[in-house]
Design a protein. Sequence first.
Lengths: 108, 108
Amino acid sequence: MKYDPVEIFKALSNPSRLEILKFIYESGFTGTLEGGSMCCEQCSCMGDVVGKFNLAPSTISHHAKELVRCGLVRMERDGQYMRLLPNPEALEAAAEFMDKVVDSTKGK
Amino acid sequence: MKYDPVEIFKALSNPSRLEILKFIYESGFTGTLEGGSMCCEQCSCMGDVVGKFNLAPSTISHHAKELVRCGLVRMERDGQYMRLLPNPEALEAAAEFMDKVVDSTKGK
DNA sequence: ACTATAATTCGAAATACTTCGAAATATCGA
DNA sequence: TCGATATTTCGAAGTATTTCGAATTATAGT
């Protein structure tokens, strides 16, 4: 298996981290970030997240690393900036895992 | 909202608890429990879970309570036994939440 | 009422998580 | 190269989680 459901659920189980994930996903690809991103139109960078949430930069950095570790987010350097990119494949994999558990109880 | 995604993800984020959940869901409604349940054909009870996993009864009891707290499982007393019943609605709600996050990144 | 079985509560130990601030590292622009 | 900005690493404090065993509560059967 490419993604570990437990690791993904762990990443999603912290309220701050879940909000950060939502922010990254909403900003990603669609460029809906209000006021514009520091780094690009189509994604958010570390600093965008720091500006959005009431958490220390080191804390944001740590949460981002967790999101990357389990595959929910990808990161790439863009000069000084670190771009945070959604990886919906991982979220879909976790949702699929849940659907399978649901199916297992419905007699399938 | 009827179910809190963060609470559900927290419940799913522990390996033991996730296995217990899967066991409850597989046993529930379909009666596929090998060797039969202590309490009934169509579900598992606390003792079934204790027999299946290498964890102290108090630990199983604690995990079950967490699963009930977030809505993933229901519990009802049957004499000495405690029946553990899947509540797929909660799991479906969490999967739907995830799908919404995925959609938010794909331009809606 | 007593005993056995099932499950829960309680208290404690070990571990993990969340968050911060300070210091370190990376990159850009002048 | 220097100073400014962006991000990460490190160490520490407080909090939460996981697990256990012992004691307790609930119920069934005799």
